[in-house]
Design a protein around this ligand. Structure first.
Ligand SMILES: [Zn+2]
Length: 309
């Protein structure tokens, strides 16, 4: 009974400049904490492979990939949107990030591991069908969910997103797919202000006011996510695991703590145990205080790994 930890050192080659919060330090901090606490020893590590064009094309326009490839600079950085930059290695890293999410899906579906955490960057949940934005190029969790739905026996999946930002990209991609339930808690009003008013039975948007207590967030998970999951009965669950709703995150103003991430991970595993044969793939999204991020990931992984022992 095992938890996979999937990453790749080349994810750190994606560098949008020394001032950018979505920096290589994030993954270094996570690895350091997992090594120092010894938790890494309990995980089965895999190196992320590249994603294939076919896997990307399930959720992104071919034109989107081509545009990014044409934009890729030979040196320096160029901007895909006002806060999303490409350096020469960015698409190499983005391909490994999406490929890592696909590998996690395959490892969990084959039964080789029980669940998996994908520690990659760039993140993905803001990337829409045909647009890079909000530090994201390819929607890693969407690529993984679409990959799962190609497999026999996987008819419905759920994507649960507790990043502080709304998952506009994931909603854009799956808004007309009743087989994909998308549940999101997010600070509102706040970036990116797209699709927050959408009315679809498979999209569960839970806006939260800035500076509110963690209890409001927990209430949204219990009262909005859980009934939707009961109804949807997903064959597999994906987590867009952003940790920027943490109290110490510089980017936003929600007040979650590590214990809240332990709590939500436990709730998700309970649902996965009932409907999804325990199949959970969690993919890193945001989290911009590297120390807080690393300890949140540690907590999340302790719960994922403990469920197997
Ligand atoms: Zn975020």
């Amino acid at each position: 009974m095992t938890t996979a930890f999937i990453s790749h050192q080349d994810c750190s080659l994606h560098n949008m400049g020394p001032e950018h919060p979505e920096s290589p330090i994030r993954l270094h901090a996570i690895r350091r904490v997992l090594e120092r606490t010894g938790l890494i020893e309990q995980l089965i590590q895999f190196e992320a492979p590249h994603v294939t064009s076919e896997q990307i094309t399930r959720v992104h326009a071919e034109l989107h990939q081509k545009r990014l490839e044409m934009k890729l600079p030979e040196e320096g950085v160029v901007y895909a949107d006002e806060d999303t930059a490409l350096c020469p290695d960015s698409l190499h890293a983005a391909s490994l990030a999406a490929g890592g999410a696909v590998l996690a899906t395959e490892k969990v579906l084959s039964g080789e591991v029980d669940n998996a955490f994908v520690a990659v960057r760039p993140p993905g949940h803001h990337a829409e069908y045909k647009a890079a934005m909000g530090f994201c190029f390819y929607n890693n969790v969407a690529v993984a969910a679409a990959h799962a739905l190609e497999q026999e026996g996987i008819e419905r999946v759920a994507i649960l997103d507790f990043d502080v930002h709304h998952c506009n990209g994931t909603v854009d991609i799956f808004q007309n797919r009743p087989d994909v339930l998308v549940c999101s808690t997010f600070q509102h009003p706040y970036y990116p202000e797209r699709y927050t008013e959408i009315d679809r039975p498979n999209i569960i948007n839970c806006p939260l006011k800035a500076h509110g207590p963690a209890s409001e967030w927990r209430k949204a998970v219990i009262e909005r996510w859980m009934p939707a999951l009961e109804q949807h009965k997903p064959d597999m669950i994906f987590i867009s695991a952003g940790f920027d709703a943490h109290r110490e995150d510089p980017m936003a103003d929600l007040n979650l703590e590590e214990e809240d991430y332990a709590w939500v991970t436990e709730r998700i595993l309970e649902v996965a145990g009932r409907f999804s044969k325990g199949r959970v793939v969690s993919v890193l999204e945001g989290g911009y205080n590297p120390v807080a991020l690393a300890f949140c990931v540690l907590t999340h992984l302790e719960v994922l790994a403990a469920s197997n022992s």
